[in-house]
Design a binder for this molecule. Structure first.
Ligand code: SER
Length: 315
């Protein structure tokens, strides 16, 4: 494969594992990791790394030219909970980084672009069960507004300038290697760390709050898959619904209890409850399954087994 890939936001929850996987597939020297902060020793050891502020279009162009980059994965973003605290900063970061890469593609500096959207692009008036690909979208969070607007920009650049941009509406992503920061679905990651540390967890969402979720391995597989399929298989240039499982805090606690019987869950909701309540509970991803043969591998039970096993080995 002759692609040279730039990952922006390579030190984040998804970026870390995406970098690792892409280096395995495309070769270490063909995958340039970048972030506003220095990468881990492993990231620096396995391939090129550049310090890059995702809003700095000039520096981005310099790096793209330096390595003759053909594909960009833009993983830098401010997530939902933090964005509610810094609305203007979130909008500036999420939108200016996206527009900078879209312009690189429009000006033919790169051939292909991956940008993630989210279930947060839906809002309180969207159907909550089997949320369709196309439906009412009135997000009530700044993060959601930035994702919905971003989707429309992607579609616009595709229609007007032929930009090959591909996107997925991620559900909450659960992983053990790198923790997420500032998201509403982060509880479903923290719970595993706390379960092993002290067999208890205080959850900031209520016990019945059902949200769409996905294990990291599936998210990485989907991300690389959508970038690798032929352009003729991509019929949606806003962003694809993507699903694997949906569960409540009570259900994930139950799954953990079957491995750690002493595990105790308590609940103390905060401002993130309102964010979660505005999002879908179960997503209909039939289009992704049909257009590019998406299929998930992990359900709640398999994920719980794998999370606990890896976290135990890590500690
Ligand atoms: N998981 C993200 C968040 O909670 C949504 O995309 O903010």
């Amino acid at each position: 494969m002759s692609d040279t890939i730039l990952i922006i936001g390579a030190c984040g929850q998804i970026g870390t594992e995406l970098t690792q996987k892409l280096r395995e597939i495309y070769g270490d020297s063909n995958v340039i990791a970048s972030d506003i902060r220095e990468g881990t020793a492993e990231m620096l050891k396995t391939g090129p790394f550049e310090i890059l502020d995702a809003t700095d279009a000039e520096e981005m162009l310099r790096i793209v030219k330096k390595y003759q980059v053909t594909q960009v994965y833009l993983m830098a973003a401010m997530l939902s909970a933090t964005a509610e605290k810094y609305p203007r900063k979130a909008w500036d970061l999420n939108m200016s980084s996206l527009l900078a890469v879209l312009d690189l593609a429009k000006d033919k500096h790169i051939k292909q672009f991956y940008w993630p959207s989210s279930i947060a692009s839906f809002g309180p008036t969207s159907p909550k069960i089997n949320t369709p690909q196309q439906t009412i979208m009135e997000p009530s969070t700044v993060y959601g507004i930035s994702k919905l607007s971003g989707e429309q920009w992607c579609n616009y650049y595709h229609e007007k300038y032929g930009v090959d941009v591909r996107s997925i509406r991620y559900p909450g992503i659960i992983s053990w290697k790198t923790k997420p920061g500032g998201g509403t679905t982060d509880y479903a990651v923290d719970i595993y760390f706390k379960a092993l540390e002290n067999a208890s967890y205080e959850c900031f969402l209520s016990e019945g709050t059902r949200l769409p979720m996905m294990y990291m391995q599936d998210a990485i597989a989907a991300t690389i898959q959508i970038m690798q399929v032929d352009a003729s298989q991509i019929n949606i240039r806003t962003s694809y619904n993507l699903a694997a499982m949906s569960f409540t805090p009570q259900e994930i606690a139950g799954a953990i209890k079957s491995y750690i019987p002493a595990f105790k869950m308590s609940y103390k909701t905060d401002f993130r409850q309102e964010i979660a309540d505005s999002w879908p509970q179960v997503i209909d991803d039939a289009k992704a399954r049909k257009d590019w043969n998406w299929n998930h591998s992990f359900d709640l039970k398999l994920m719980t087994e794998d999370m606990l096993k890896n976290l135990k080995e890590k500690s």
